[in-house]
Design a protein around this ligand. Structure first.
Ligand SMILES: Cc1cc2nc3c(=O)[nH]c(=O)nc-3n(C[C@H](O)[C@H](O)[C@H](O)COP(=O)(O)OP(=O)(O)OC[C@H]3O[C@@H](n4cnc5c(N)ncnc54)[C@H](O)[C@@H]3O)c2cc1C
Length: 392
């Protein structure tokens, strides 16, 4: 990661871990690897007394709606809040239905990789070549993974920070296996490819971008940068054991063909709107993120530190009680940092707690609410008063 521990942890998370005798890091200014962040912060938190039992693992949310209510019903008013959310999930191949008063969708975008073809749609042949295409950043520290690339011709597509990370890792691999060749294809033509941030506050990001710029400048003989280029089509050639890919590229007004062994497509990810398509959710037509936040982020540039402070209102939708937070809230805008997500959590829960306070005396106890729900789910009044009890 290029953000340091102190930006990646919430004070609440650190307090909870401290209460359990866990200290995720020695140096808050150091940047962890993703693995360290998972092992030393996220997993201990998931096992902490506060969270344990509240996480339902291996469960996928398939669709979210309202009890006895369709998307077109009761538009724009608070009346929809009188009906609890109805959530269809799947666990171990079996469907299950849950009810909730509040839904926070923090589903990220990582599972929804974008196609690599020209115009953001699949290149002809891309689907057939799927087994030759890595869509994340390959873990070159694994000998099995490195062997797939060492001494091969690799096409790397994209020019975001993921592509920069792949490029730098490929350069290190190529230094050990000199026959490795990398064709780096991206639409941008700017120089340097990665903007220099004056007084770079994230040294790890600065180092990554500087090295990626060096590779994009063409000074490494094993790297061939192709700025202003797109992938037009892909064709699997050769026999079963000697299959390669013939890739058609277009750039600078001309077409060329390259034969490569593998492709790394770091061309971004996109949110999955399907789970909330029955709710009254207003998304930006460009970024696919929630419209109010998207409008506020507009014009903030590419620096992920130049973000807006979130508020519960900024994250709200016409659908009452529904929030999209985390990287999914930024949609295709790639400037999201964990720190922004942690601030969003504070803003949403702060807003909910504020909204709940005046209601607290007026609502039945948790047990009464449960009983009431089973009798008459469609008419149960919405309340948020369980938030003080909520452990998430
Ligand atoms: C290579 C790379 C490097 C990065 N480096 C940094 C960095 O240094 N610093 C930084 O701040 N950020 C970094 N980021 C951004 C980083 O991804 C986010 O900050 C962070 O992971 C986003 O957290 P999230 O919880 O919003 O989404 P995610 O981490 O994507 O988590 C979403 C979770 O929701 C689950 N999910 C999705 N759909 C469903 C469903 N329907 N039902 C149930 N579960 C579902 C997913 O399985 C996943 O576990 C990096 C991203 C990448 C790709």
């Amino acid at each position: 990661m290029f953000s340091p521990w102190e930006m990646n942890c919430s004070s609440l998370g650190l307090r909870v871990l401290s209460g359990e005798g866990v200290r995720p890091c020695r140096d808050p200014g150091a940047a962890p690897t993703g693995r360290q962040y998972l092992a030393d912060y996220l997993l201990p938190l998931a096992k902490s007394r506060l969270v344990r039992g509240a996480v339902r693992e291996r469960t996928r949310v398939l669709a979210i709606s309202r009890d006895a209510t369709l998307k077109e019903d009761l538009p724009g008013g608070g009346a929809r809040a009188l009906r609890p959310f109805r959530i269809l999930a799947e666990r171990g191949g079996r469907p299950e239905v849950h009810a909730a008063d509040i839904v926070i969708d923090a589903g990220g975008t990582w599972g929804q990789m974008r196609p690599l073809g020209d115009g953001g749609i699949p290149a002809p042949g891309e689907n057939e070549a799927a087994s030759f295409i890595d869509r994340g950043i390959p873990d070159f520290s694994s000998p099995r993974v490195a062997a797939r690339f060492a001494g091969r011709t690799v096409l790397l597509a994209g020019a975001g920070h993921s592509a920069a990370t792949s490029a730098v890792a490929l350069a290190a691999l190529a230094a050990r296996h000199p026959r490795t060749r990398v064709i780096w294809v991206y639409r941008a033509t700017r120089r340097p490819l990665y903007a220099r941030v004056p007084g770079e506050p994230l040294p790890a990001r600065g180092e990554l971008c500087a090295e990626a710029n060096r590779l994009a400048s063409g000074c490494d003989p094993r790297f061939e940068p192709c700025p202003g280029s797109v992938v037009e089509s892909i064709r699997v050639t050769g026999g079963r054991n000697r299959a390669r890919l013939e890739v058609s590229l277009r750039g600078g007004g001309r077409r060329r063909r390259e034969v490569v062994d593998r492709i790394i497509a770091n061309v971004g990810s996109t949110p999955d709107p399907s789970i909330h398509s029955e709710l009254q959710v207003h998304l930006c037509y460009a970024t696919c993120g929630p419209i109010k936040l998207a409008a506020t982020l507009l014009g903030k540039g590419d620096d992920c530190l130049a973000q807006v402070a979130p508020s519960a209102d900024l994250l709200s939708h016409p659908e009452p009680g529904f929030y999209i937070i985390g990287s999914k809230s930024y949609g295709r805008n790639a400037t999201f940092l964990l720190r922004a997500g942690l601030e969003q959590v504070g803003a949403v829960f702060g807003g909910l707690a504020g909204a709940a306070r005046p209601l607290q005396d007026a609502v039945p106890s948790r047990r009464a609410r449960r009983a009431g729900r089973s009798e008459s789910p469609a008419t149960e009044p919405k309340n948020s008063s369980h938030f003080p009890e909520t452990r998430a």
